[in-house]
Design a binder for this molecule. Structure first.
Ligand code: GCU
Length: 692
């Protein structure tokens, strides 16, 4: 029984907002007598020691040697553990058991990683961890791969900047064309991620430029430094790689996956990476997508490409996250047969069962691109014999750029719970969700194809990490839902509030709930209606532009004219996209009678006079939601103004500034969209409100 001194301190930069790990959050644990039973020299074990030591030092508790004298015992599961600690679940290195008996709390795990998660579980529970009736709870993550992808560039991109779709300043990894010397901030980030449940990070943009290609080469020692900052918190580092690397770095004439020289080059690259970073995770790749190079140039398929890379990393236990975001971005808008929504399914489903064991096909949650409301991607359900990782976007590219207060926990939770085979259809399939598929529980699979969950990070070098301080809640919720997709997103928001604003008064809690609980729907109300997508400014994707992507090579998203609006994706008269869904959705979406209102214009082209299930016409719905959406924003801003003095001054100042912009932007959205529909339809608002 030892409490060794840790070899490194808890990483902290006092100039940076502590997010959900302020020192005060450790008071309940740090003021008690803690016994650490941890005969383990791993970096994560050292972190557990460091966390406990720091908490005790800050809050006056004591490290005790004998478990009998402790209020809290944190222990690697000893060989002679009581039977309740010896279930199969505990074989998961990330699992832990939390037990409270006779006032003593015990956290046990079979691995230091599980113990670290158990420690953060205690922090999350706060005083509640130590009070109440006896309990024994086993906690384990839903999937072993819970990943964040950074779209960070080393070289500042002339249009996209340092972080593509980043709304929180520069990169925490890179600055001025090099990897930062001081990675304290990265270590602090690792700590926040571990406390939310994330365990993998890809550190560079999926659009890999010449500078970023070098991460595989001469910048490898820098990658090793970043991996060293993540490792103590149980986080594995991955890299995005360019398909053209053998040409760019190796000087080869080709990157054909069937070329022996190319295969050899990748095997050599993998050898070098794992020699530098023995616990490296693997490669993420965006190939043949939006101009990125890929195997198509050589007449090869995505499976050919993925499997070649998979062979190169397999000897090291590495993974290939191969992205399915593949579509024709050079369409002729005149050609009504092309439907971008169909692309991922068409490119990947035919290859189900041919991907190597260490390939994970990473598929955006919707068939288009992280819109405020789009259908769930049918490609996710189409590959029972493939490891699949649904991809989400924590950064709010289409949801207000972290200038608008938009909490996404409820949106993600709904998507993860989407029952691809219905709730009460064929008994063997009904009830299986997107989250089930991610965990390898596809109803037609054999249960061995365990995928994962991935998301694009929203973090930058901003003092609040995320631009809008409330956007921290999205990062937190992402990790918590990746750990447990069935968790209640409002309870997660509550956790975030309690941790981030220690001692939060009822006013603080109620204000945050009033602003955030329904904020996703509010954003939907004042932006694009009923599943219409991309009514945004092209390029930036911020602010309204109803025709921004009409007549565009990137796709066409609503076909509004004087008579009606929406994309006909039916089998009967449209693009046939509905046929990519399993029953019952293939029929539910096909029929105007059963298609849910919120997705109506995603699946159907209808006249403005079409009556929704709600009883309103489409055009009146547009007007009503846009007026009400702005009203809701104004109400949120009013609640904020009333309560802002109850928040820390730095948070208050930033949030006040963001609300001013949200109100301005939401007003713009209301008026531009309403005016657009009035001019197109000629139908006046039933309530005679001002439309320009
Ligand atoms: C969107 C986004 C791009 C990004 C791409 C992707 O198109 O606008 O910035 O590169 O998604 O996911 O690869």
């Amino acid at each position: 029984v030892t409490l060794n001194r840790p070899s490194h301190p808890v990483p902290a930069d006092p100039a940076v907002h502590p997010a959900w790990l302020p020192e005060a959050a450790f008071a309940p644990l740090g003021s008690r007598r803690v016994a650490l039973v941890l005969d383990d020299a791993s970096p994560v074990a050292d972190t557990v020691r460091a966390e406990v030591t720091a908490a005790l030092a800050a809050h006056g508790g004591a490290a005790v040697e004998a478990a009998e004298a402790a209020d809290v015992v944190l222990a690697l599961r000893p060989a002679d553990a009581a039977p309740q600690f010896q279930s199969d679940g505990d074989l998961d290195p990330e699992a832990f058991t939390y037990a409270r008996a006779g006032g003593v709390v015990t956290v046990t795990a079979s691995d230091a990683r599980g113990l670290l998660y158990g420690l953060f579980h205690l922090v999350r529970l706060g005083e509640r961890a130590f009070t109440g009736a006896d309990v024994v709870e086993r906690h384990a993550p839903h999937t072993p791969l819970r990943m964040l992808d950074h779209w960070d560039n080393i070289a500042v991109h002339p249009v996209m900047g340092q972080v593509e779709r980043g709304y929180a300043g520069g990169s925490i990894f890179y600055e001025a064309g090099v990897v930062r010397e001081d990675l304290t901030r990265v270590a602090q980030y690792a700590r926040l991620l571990a406390a939310s449940g994330v365990n993998r990070v890809a550190i560079n943009n999926v659009n890999v430029g010449p500078a970023e290609t070098r991460l595989l080469d001469d910048l490898l020692p820098d990658v090793a430094r970043i991996a060293a900052a993540f490792r103590p918190y149980g986080i594995t580092t991955h890299l995005s790689v360019s398909w053209a690397s053998p040409v760019r770095l190796g000087g080869l004439a080709t990157s054909d996956p069937f070329d022996a020289g190319v295969q050899e080059w990748w095997a050599g690259a993998a050898d070098r990476v794992w020699a530098a970073i023995p616990d490296f995770g693997g490669f993420v790749i965006k190939a043949d997508s939006e101009g990125q190079p890929g195997p198509f140039a050589y007449g090869r398929t995505h499976a050919d490409g993925a499997n070649m890379l998979a062979a190169a990393v397999a000897p090291h236990g590495g993974l290939i996250h191969w992205r399915a975001f593949v579509y024709n971005h050079e369409q002729d808008w005149r050609d009504r047969r092309t439907d971008r929504a169909k692309a991922a399914f068409e490119h990947f489903a035919p290859y189900d069962g041919t991907f190597a064991d260490n390939v994970i096909v990473q598929i955006k949650h919707g068939p288009l691109d992280f819109q405020v409301r789009e259908a769930t991607s049918p490609a996710i359900a189409a590959m029972p014999r493939t490891r699949v990782a649904p991809e989400f976007q924590v950064t709010t590219e289409y949801l207000g750029h972290q200038k608008h207060a938009v909490y996404l926990g409820r949106m993600w939770s709904q998507l993860l719970a989407f029952p691809y085979w219905g709730q009460d259809g064929d008994g063997s399939r009904s009830g299986r969700t997107m989250a089930d598929v991610a965990a390898g529980r596809h109803p037609l699979g054999d249960g061995t194809r365990v995928g994962g969950l991935a998301a694009v990070s929203n973090v930058g070098d901003d003092v609040f990490w995320t631009g809008h301080p409330f956007a921290q809640a999205n990062l937190y919720a992402w990790g918590r839902l990746a750990w447990d997709p069935t968790a209640d997103p409002i309870a997660i928001l509550d956790e975030w509030i309690a941790l981030t604003f220690p001692g939060a008064t009822a006013l603080v809690r109620e204000t945050l709930h009033a602003i955030l609980d329904q904020s996703w729907e509010t954003y939907e109300m004042y932006t694009a209606p009923l599943g219409v997508c991309f009514m945004v400014q092209p390029g930036s994707h911020y602010g309204p532009s109803p025709d921004g992507y009409e007549y565009s090579p990137w796709g066409t998203y609503h076909f509004a004219d004087r008579d009606g609006v929406g994309v006909d994706r039916t089998r009967a008269t449209g693009s046939g996209y509905t046929g990519q869904y399993p029953a019952p959705w293939s029929d539910v979406y096909e029929s105007l009678d059963t298609c849910p209102d919120e997705l109506l214009l995603f699946f159907h082209h209808v006249p403005y006079s079409h009556v929704l299930h709600s009883g309103k016409t489409v055009v009146q719905h547009v007007y009503d939601t846009h007026f009400e959406g702005l009203e809701r924003v104004l109400e949120a801003a009013r609640r904020w103004t009333e309560a802002q003095d109850a928040f820390p001054a730095d948070v208050a100042e930033r949030v006040t500034e963001r609300f001013a912009e949200q109100v301005r932007s939401a007003t713009d959205w209301r008026d531009v969209v309403n005016t657009y529909f009035l001019r197109h339809s000629g139908v006046a608002d039933a309530h005679g409100r001002t439309i320009y």
